[in-house]
Design a protein around this ligand. Structure first.
Ligand code: TRP
Length: 459
């Protein structure tokens, strides 16, 4: 009893100080969702998978799977007002049972961050390149990028330190003064930059070709593989299956329509992916570049296009990489927060200690990622033929995130009492919306996520 009231007291204290405002939550969750996944991964996947066919299936998976799981995570976090481990424990009927361990899925957040922060470091290098001179041919661009990732170990480590240090600096200030404030600044700037880039793209002849490429599906190109990739991407882009959304939702304002907040987040996330795609494809088409360049799209094809635009290109390049940097930073801080909130709430750590320990650990992992990607050490550091970068990506995106997604669906869909779940939404869902949502969470989402999990494991 004493323990419970003490917990309640601590909880109250935490809540009074650290709740998001409504707009703060929307922008922070959108900040987490909008990241390299929208501006880098979505366009290159669209380019590789036949444009419109991929976009259509992606939009459907956002609606059916992304939004359903997003609402489930939000409702859980809001109901428990605690970190993911405590959330599963306190919400589960019969004192936890097997669900007790489900919250540990938050380790995938720090796994992603270990390589994500290295990639954000590359962006800083490209910001400098925008001043110093961009590569003018694809061959040169490949050389520049190749040299950065395989030879410039210390450049990468330095930028990586800047990224981790800055994220730590934000995280130490807590939910309200750190996370909310940085998102209130960076997210509007990000949208402003992309609005500017969109207007610039609209002035180009190739804009309509870009629209057609993204929205006129060639139905024949919808293959099982395209479906799987879009389901995976809808999950990744909304930051699901890591406990991030759950953790942010734990600091939702006490009152207010969080269902509509969640829908705004999904909308903004999708909107930014579409705008990024339109802008990037217009630029590529305008200069006769190929959209199917894969992961090299942003680091190899685009810089060459920027170089061809002359002086304007330097400005566009600068703005583009700065926007990408902002998007990356706001996602990065959200990956660490679930583990931080767990250490603070459950182990009584001070926030500063939690941030120092966790971010130092992530920095060390990043150092290993950088060495593992280098020409000099890469080969000898491979484990079973894969680099650490690939293992971390595999362990998080292919393995843990889908498993956590299925667990969340089954927990909310079956383990919890249906009336309780209905109550969690506090009347913010119409009866029909609730029925459709519950059906998706119980059957559609877990089945499709299970398919991508199995297919991912088969490689
Ligand atoms: N949604 C982010 C993006 O699109 C990446 C991401 C995946 C993420 N999982 C996450 C961010 C978990 C925060 C937490 O780039």
């Amino acid at each position: 009893m004493a323990k419970i009231s003490l917990l309640a007291y601590i909880n109250l204290g935490v809540c009074l100080v650290t709740r998001f405002s409504r707009i703060g939550f929307i922008l922070a969750a959108a900040g987490s969702a909008i990241g390299l996944g929208n501006i880098w991964k979505f366009p290159y996947m669209t380019g590789q998978n036949g444009g419109g066919a991929f976009v259509i299936v992606f939009l459907l998976s956002i609606l059916v799977i992304g939004v359903s799981v997003f609402l489930a995570e939000t409702a859980m976090g809001r109901a428990s007002e605690q970190n993911p481990v405590s959330t599963f424990e306190t919400l589960a009927p019969k004192a936890g049972g097997i669900w007790k361990h489900a919250g540990f899925m938050m380790v995938s957040g720090v796994m992603i961050l270990s390589f994500y922060a290295v990639v954000i470091g590359w962006l800083i290098h490209y910001i400098f390149l925008s001043f110093a001179g961009l590569p003018v041919s694809v061959g040169e661009a490949q050389g520049v990028f190749g040299e950065l990732v395989s030879q410039s170990i210390y450049t990468q480590l330095f930028f990586h330190l800047l990224v981790i240090g800055y994220c730590g600096h934000i995280l130490i200030k807590g939910v309200k003064k750190g996370i909310e404030r940085i998102n209130l600044i960076l997210m509007p700037l990000l949208f402003l930059i992309f609005a500017g880039l969109l207007f610039y793209a609209m002035s180009m002849d190739s804009f309509m070709r870009s629209v057609a490429f993204m929205f006129m599906p060639d139905w024949g190109k919808i293959t099982p593989e395209v479906v799987m990739m879009s389901v995976g991407q809808s999950f990744f882009t909304l930051s699901l299956g890591v406990g991030t959304i759950m953790t942010y939702a734990a600091s939702l304002p006490k009152k207010g329509n969080f269902v509509s907040s969640a829908l705004y987040v999904a909308f903004l996330d999708t909107l930014l992916a579409i705008i990024a795609g339109l802008v990037i494809f217009t630029f590529l088409f305008e200069f006769g570049s190929d959209p199917s360049g894969g992961p090299g799209l942003v680091f190899i094809s685009l810089p060459v296009v920027f170089a061809q635009m002359g002086l304007v290109g330097q400005v566009v390049s600068l703005l583009f990489f700065i926007a990408l940097l902002f998007a990356g930073i706001t996602s990065a801080i959200s990956m660490a927060e679930p583990l931080l909130s767990y250490l603070i709430e459950r182990h009584g750590w001070k926030r500063s200690k939690a941030v120092w320990v966790v971010m130092s650990g992530i920095y060390v992992m990043g150092v290993l990622v950088v060495f593992g990607g280098s020409e000099a050490y890469g080969e000898s550091m491979k484990i079973a033929g894969k680099s650490l970068f690939d293992w971390l990506d595999f362990g998080s995106s292919t393995l843990l995130m889908p498993i956590a997604g299925i667990v969340i669906c089954l927990f909310v869909g079956f383990a919890l009492d249906k009336n309780y779940v209905h109550g969690m939404f506090g009347g913010y869902m119409s009866p029909l919306f609730f029925k459709v949502w519950l059906f998706c969470v119980r059957f559609v989402a877990p089945t499709l996520i299970a398919v991508i999990l199995i297919e991912g494991l088969r490689g």
